[in-house]
Design a protein around this ligand. Sequence first.
Ligand SMILES: Cc1cc2nc3c(=O)[nH]c(=O)nc-3n(C[C@H](O)[C@H](O)[C@H](O)COP(=O)(O)OP(=O)(O)OC[C@H]3O[C@@H](n4cnc5c(N)ncnc54)[C@H](O)[C@@H]3O)c2cc1C
Length: 437
Amino acid sequence: MPDENEKRILILGAGFAGLYTALHLEKLLGPGTPAQITLVDRNHYHLFTPMLHEAATGMIPTGLLLAPIRRILHGRRIRFLRARVDAIDLAARQVTVCCAQIPYDILVIALGSVTNFYGLESVREQAFEFKNAEDADRLRCHVINCFEAATREPDPHRRRALLTFVVVGGGCTGVEIVTELDEFLEHLRQEQYADLDPAELHTVLVEALGSVLPQMGPSLAQSAIRRMQRMGIEVQLDTRVTGLIDGELTFADERDPLPTETLIWTAGIRVPQLLDNLPLEKNRLGRIVVDSTLRVPGMPHVYVLGDAAQANHPETGVVYPPTAQVAYRQARVAAANIAADVEGGTYQPFDFTYIGDLVSLGRLSGVADPYGVKLRGWPAWLMWKFYYLLNLVGWQNRLRVALNWLLALLFPINSSSAPQCLPDCDEELCLLVENKL
Ligand SMILES: Cc1cc2nc3c(=O)[nH]c(=O)nc-3n(C[C@H](O)[C@H](O)[C@H](O)COP(=O)(O)OP(=O)(O)OC[C@H]3O[C@@H](n4cnc5c(N)ncnc54)[C@H](O)[C@@H]3O)c2cc1C
């Protein structure tokens, strides 16, 4: 018989916010506490996003960034349910997953974010997102297919479009993927497509603001821009994309459209659609406004954390950025406050001082501003490597990633793609096959 006094704590999302809330909470609640913790996620793994750009280029196998949730929870008093959350009914205090309803007493919404296309339909339909493991594998596969198609493409205009790779968004994710991708393209050309003229390869970073990495300040942003330009990446600032029409990227100003087969969109995030319908106060990106204890004002049994939440620093009022660093630390505070809900005690405010950002800029280069100290070049790169290696889930994955990094310094990376990466069957390929057989 279920204990009527037992608190049903339901945590939605096993990302940085949700998973760590569950783990901290289980430690805080003693074995005899009448509480049941249930964690729900559509994936069976927890994804470590900070290294996703390295997975996209084959520097590290994507699997090393995926930590199986059941293995992490092994031996703990946390139930895991792999299911997609379809709806949240705050009035009835229940959540719909697939066809079932799960009732709760305390709810933690930690469903992360989705890509924001700002209403640009043509971009949404054709761009590559860069949010999850499938996106990383799909991108590598697509790049290889573009090179393959370019080798047999006689039309220079179309070949240029096949070999033009555009990243939109000059935040940390955009800058990391464009630099990593640029090195990968050159490596791929040298290794497998030496017939392609290197001058035809074209990597572009497009940013609507006047700078990349604006949160890091002008001097580090300039260092990052200089590094990208030295690599041969074209950095287009103050450039607003308006669409991707007939294979050409169009812009808000007078400049010529840019033909490309590859648009990687990292220009923004918003909350998942299922949170849109909740009758809660939200900011313009749909992030749900929470108080300093990470609860929804007027709903003390509902917590929102991570990318889905708009939390402000209790003294400065500054909005916390949507980063893993913030989500991970919010988890500890949310767990303490849920423990206070269950066992009594005082509530903690979330008043974390942001440490700063670490951004890798390809091989042996980066920028970082830990505690305001500005680092560039290899010291920032080394710091990036160490910090994220230590934060990766599971010592086995850490060891494997470290080994891959070491091997990548000594030998060329494996640029092959997964077997499901089928080439496009285009007209040029058909002609080639017919002529040769
Ligand atoms: C490529 C990339 C690189 C990044 N690099 C950094 C970095 O270097 N440093 C940093 O601090 N931050 C980085 N971030 C940001 C960081 O990943 C996010 O801020 C962080 O993951 C937010 O944590 P979260 O728990 O809110 O969401 P997530 O970690 O995204 O977790 C959300 C979870 O909810 C699950 N979910 C979503 N919808 C449903 C549903 N309907 N049903 C069931 N489950 C669902 C998802 O599967 C996921 O497991 C990066 C992000 C990306 C995309």
